[in-house]
Structures are given as C-alpha cells and as structure tokens.
Design a protein around this ligand. Structure first.
Ligand code: MN
Ligand code: MN
Length: 294
C-alpha cells in the first residue's frame, strides 16, 4: 500500500479508536443517547477526521442502525446491552470499530466476551490467500463454544476509499469461497446473541444514504446537492441535516418518497435475543494483519 495512503488509514484508525473509547466512557445509566453521539463526533473532529457514518447506538435486541433522531430524548437504562459503532475517515480512508457495554449488571458479560474472543480469533486467522469461510467458521466456533449464536446475516466487509461496504463480506459463519488478499482493508465484526442468530428489518431508522437526483428540481435539487457535497457516498444522520435548516425533516422525507434518498431500517434480533458486537479495522499484510483500531 502507498505510504501516504497508509498514513491516513493509521490516523483514521487511531481517531476511530479514541472516539469509540470516549463514547464508552460517556455511556451510563440515565445518560441521553445523544450525549454519547455528540462526544464521539467531537473527538472525531478534534482528531482531524470526519464521521464515515452516524454513530450507531443499538441497544439490547437491536443489532445495528439506531442513531438518535432530532430531539430524541432517549436515555440508557440499567441492564442495557449497548453497542456503540463508530466510523471516521481521513481523506476518504475509513476506519470502523465497535464495542459492547452492559450497564450496571453482569448478565451478558460472557456474551460480550464471546464477540471479543471471536474477533481475536479472526485476527489470528486472516492472512493473504485464506477464504472468508475459514474466518467465518472460526468466528462461529468461538461464539458457539461460549454458548451463544453468531448472527448469520450480519457481516464484516471490505472498505475502499469513500466506500464503506465494497463488495467482499466477512461472514460470522462458515460461508463464502472468496479469498482475502494482501493490501485489503477489512472491518471484521462478530455479533453474538442468545436469540435465533438472525436479524430482521424493524421500523424505519434515521440513517440515510443518497440514491440519485434524477427527477429533482428547485428547492429539492438544492437540498440534494448540499447533501451530496457534505456526505457524498457515505451514510448520514437525519439530525446532521439540522446544519442545512432547522426544519429539514419534511424535506428529507420528501426526498425519500421521490427515491432520491433511502433510510436504513433498524435491524432487530429475530428471536428478540440480546446482541453483542465487537469490531476492528485491519490491513491485510504479507503474513497476517495490522489492526488499525487497536
Ligand atoms: Mn461498524
Ligand atoms: Mn462495519
């Protein structure tokens, strides 16, 4: 990998890790979700990076894709199993990492540890030439051995400049013949659950992505172009549009009805089990990986 590109990946990795740690320290009983999100974003900006996607704060049976909506007053409760998922980029080079905390109880410590140990195992497994099913198989084995199930329809992913999910998936079960190659940047993210091991779409979420501006005109086109300048190919939060205007939500919904933007549905565990997650971003080297978010 080009030296200058690697430098930016290393910086993005360090900032993403620091921001995630700050989010973890902010998280606590009675704390508003928004406090965690704002803290994480502040650390990202102070570090000279930009968010690569909205901070995901997915609690208990939600696997992913929750971010607060404008005016969201939701606070954490005792016993919550909180996944914080943070991504940032430096000049488009993305680092993505996540962790899980349980607030003031210890019922899910083993399940949280299972996702962490599965990630450690994946890190030891990955090297050029290995097939993704071997990585997924090892993740699955570690989580099963702890008495939990991996979530089979959530995966890690390859990343490329300004592209969060660039084709190659790193499964959490033994599946997929694709080979991992030197120089790839991978986000590996085991999920463990005491439910069915699968997520399904729930209600509408507040994370959006642009889909295309055909058929737009006037004010709609101006708003879309603002979104394009600010977020480009990367996901964004509805509340980030407050920077455009105080009353942006109806405009965003209108763009959604026109098919110009789409929102990601919340992903909920099918058996309504609790979910834990751990994630790191890594560079595949000639003989293994270099973890960028450690
Ligand atoms: Mn992530
Ligand atoms: Mn990811």
């Amino acid at each position: 990998m080009d030296k200058e590109v690697l430098k930016r990946y290393i910086k993005a990795g360090r900032v993403a890790r620091d921001a995630l740690e700050a989010g973890k320290r902010t998280c606590g009983v009675d704390v508003p979700y928004f406090n965690v999100v704002k803290k994480v974003e502040k650390i990202i900006r102070k570090g000279g990076a930009f968010p690569a996607f909205p901070v995901n704060v997915s609690v208990n049976e939600l696997g992913a894709h929750y971010t607060p909506y404008p005016g969201d007053g939701k606070r954490f409760k005792v016993g919550d199993v909180v996944k914080i998922d943070v991504g940032c980029h430096v000049d488009g080079y993305i680092a993505d990492n996540a962790l899980t905390v349980e607030l003031e109880t210890n019922r899910y410590s083993q399940m949280i540890r299972a996702a962490e140990e599965a990630l450690d195992m994946a890190i030891k497994t990955i090297r050029p030439g290995i097939r993704v099913k071997e990585v997924g198989g090892n993740i699955e084995r570690v989580i099963n051995a702890a008495g939990y199930r991996p979530i089979r329809n959530l995966t890690g992913h390859r990343m490329e400049r300004y592209i969060l999910h660039s084709g190659l998936s790193i499964p959490n079960i033994r599946r997929g013949r694709e080979k991992i190659e030197e120089g790839m940047i991978l986000a590996v993210e085991p999920f463990a659950t005491d439910g069915k091991g699968k997520v399904e779409n729930s209600t509408k979420g507040e994370i959006y992505i642009l889909r295309g501006k055909r058929k737009l005109k006037g004010e709609e086109m101006i708003f879309y172009q603002w979104l394009e300048e600010n977020f480009n190919t990367l996901p964004f939060a509805s509340y980030w549009c407050c920077a455009y205007s105080d009353d942006h939500i109806p405009e965003l919904r209108r763009l959604e009805r026109r098919g110009a933007v789409m929102s990601y549905p919340l992903l909920i565990e099918e058996g309504r089990g609790k979910v834990s997650q751990r994630e790191h971003t890594m560079l595949v080297t000639d003989n293994g990986v270099k973890v960028l978010t450690a």
